[in-house]
Design a protein around this ligand. Structure first.
Ligand SMILES: Nc1ncnc2c1ncn2[C@@H]1O[C@H](COP(=O)(O)OP(=O)(O)O)[C@@H](O)[C@H]1O
Ligand SMILES: [Mg+2]
Length: 218
């Protein structure tokens, strides 16, 4: 007997953002554990990274600054976008098409906050490039973990090329993120990243519960 294939509805795309050491990776791990226990079809990615090409680009981007071979802000932005492009087309879009709940550690908002507000690249131009790179993909929901960068930087041990830019840069990035959230309050939820990991997660939890209600109810 022929049975019609059940139509799979498109998955949801959730990203975690914030300055270095705010707790993105920690909160993402907690969210993944929680959502998997509830039976969600979760896929987790990291931007930049996730693919071989992406990991190589990530290595270039985070390597300590080479004085003999510096990369300027535009090249830096384009490398991030190239990595994101591969991640989106190879992994994120296919997962969303199969109805997965996709969580990603950083995405386009990072480029806007770091290369736009932090480095001072022209924001409208950067937005166009970001949209080109992601094929217009935007997160359905974004958690912005907000913390005083001075606290964030004391949490991170090693310093990579971006973290080594110091406090003043991180403060510009933080202000940039908050401006992005102000412009898109429905998508970007500002979560105070102060306190213990458990305390921070308790602020995220209500939004995860709402996800379920709105999309993945069985
Ligand atoms: N709420 C918290 N309070 C104190 N330390 C934290 C908290 N969240 C994470 N950490 C620690 O701070 C460091 C950076 O956290 P991480 O999740 O890697 O941040 P990010 O991914 O945003 O850079 C890690 O060593 C982590 O264990
Ligand atoms: Mg991290």
């Amino acid at each position: 007997m022929h049975r019609e294939k059940q139509k799979i509805s498109r998955g949801l795309f959730v990203t975690v953002e914030g300055t270095d050491g705010c707790g993105k990776s920690t909160q993402l791990r907690m969210a993944v554990k929680h959502l998997k226990l509830l039976g969600y079809p979760v896929r987790v990615f990291k931007d930049p990274g996730g693919t071989r090409v992406g990991e190589e680009i990530r290595r270039i981007l985070l390597a300590k600054k080479s004085r003999r071979d510096p990369i300027d802000s535009v090249a830096e932005a384009l490398l991030y976008l190239a990595s994101r492009r591969v991640l989106v087309s190879r992994l994120i879009e296919p997962a969303l098409a199969r109805g997965k709940l996709v969580l990603c550690d950083r995405f386009t908002d990072s480029t806007l906050a770091y290369q736009g507000f932090g480095r001072g690249l022209f924001l409208p131009e950067l937005r166009t490039l970001c949209s080109f790179a992601s094929g217009g993909l935007k997160p359905d929901l974004t958690f912005l973990l907000d913390i005083d960068p001075a606290v964030g930087l004391t949490r991170v041990k090693g310093t990579d090329r971006i973290e080594a830019l110091g406090l003043a840069f991180q403060e510009k990035v933080r202000r940039g993120y908050l401006e992005l959230a102000r412009r898109e309050p429905k998508r970007i939820k500002v979560i105070s990243a102060d306190g213990s990991p458990g305390e921070v997660f308790s602020r995220i939890l209500p939004y995860l519960a709402r996800l379920k209600a709105s999309h993945y109810v069985k």
